[in-house]
Design a protein around this ligand. Structure first.
Ligand SMILES: Cc1cc2nc3c(=O)[nH]c(=O)nc-3n(C[C@H](O)[C@H](O)[C@H](O)COP(=O)(O)OP(=O)(O)OC[C@H]3O[C@@H](n4cnc5c(N)ncnc54)[C@H](O)[C@@H]3O)c2cc1C
Length: 247
């Protein structure tokens, strides 16, 4: 998996502060210099005032101003399972690589490593990996080996069948029905910091699946560079709070 920041609002935390200060200013924020907008906020420098205001907003649950900046992430090589999970979030915008138009017709399944076509969960090759709702705990070496073989054989057969169906003239949009849910897909997604905090609440949590948790942690790392005050406060003060519905 790869996660890149494609585009993001320039000076996002300045924008958050302008939006928040607008609510309590007599002057028009559109015609007021930023240092004047922030003059009544505690702090010795503009950066300190931004930190004071942003931390106060997050502390008081005043999340509206965090909806103004927007970031777009490009994500490479997640499973269709992970894609189905993340696309449940209704305030995130998505573009997902189409399997109607992108066929794997230059792939010989017998020649290609399983991991190039599908996401291979760590439990397939790590017998000590413990996942949620697992029916058996310890496995012997023979069982572990058979699990790995079966996983690879099943993927290979699925991709061989897919190729044969294409060769027999089935349209890619229908041939893809035989492909596994672990098939890799690329995606672009955009959201604001408020939504990102909500997604992280749900998807970076311990009960979330390892793949979407990994993806969300990578998105959070990029967000921490983009909106440092916001996501430092989120990591330190908000991430582990209980009984939240949405930030
Ligand atoms: C560990 C885990 C396991 C899961 N298992 C399943 C499962 O087995 N089956 C399944 O179907 N889903 C499952 N989900 C998905 C989950 O139920 C949510 O659909 C998904 O996480 C979207 O989050 P959300 O409901 O907060 O909505 P989002 O779309 O992220 O919306 C953000 C917030 O906006 C508000 N909101 C948005 N739309 C509405 C609305 N129409 N009405 C009222 N308020 C709204 C809510 O406050 C919501 O929390 C799972 C999620 C997790 C994290």
């Amino acid at each position: 998996m790869e996660v890149e920041l494609l585009e993001a609002t320039d000076r996002p935390e300045r924008l958050i502060c302008q939006a928040a200060r607008n609510d309590y200013m007599e002057e028009f924020v559109g015609e007021t210099a930023f240092d004047e907008v922030m003059a009544s906020i505690e702090g010795d420098s503009l950066d300190e005032r931004k930190e004071t205001l942003i931390n106060r907003l997050l502390d008081h649950g005043h999340f509206g101003p965090f909806e103004h900046p927007q970031a777009t992430f490009a994500i490479k090589g997640i499973s269709r399972s992970c894609m189905a999970q993340i696309t449940r979030h209704r305030h995130v915008s998505f573009d997902v690589q189409s399997m109607r138009y992108v066929a794997f017709d230059d792939i010989d399944p017998a020649e290609v490593e399983t991991g190039e076509m599908v996401v291979v969960p760590p439990s397939v090759s790590d017998p000590d990996w413990v996942g949620r709702n697992q029916q058996t705990g310890d496995v012997d070496e023979e069982t572990a080996q058979r699990r790995e073989e079966l996983f690879e054989e099943t993927i290979e057969t699925a991709f061989e069948s897919y190729q044969e169906l294409l060769d027999l003239g089935l349209p890619p949009e229908d041939a893809r029905f035989v492909l596994p849910i672990g098939s890799k897909v690329n995606m672009v997604m955009s959201m604001n910091p408020r939504m990102l905090m909500h997604v992280a609440d749900m998807r970076a949590a311990a009960d979330s699946q390892w793949e979407i948790r990994d993806m969300t942690e990578r998105v959070l790392d990029l967000a921490a560079e983009w909106c440092p005050i916001t996501f430092e406060y989120y990591e330190e003060e908000m991430k582990n709070r209980k009984n939240r519905l949405a930030p």
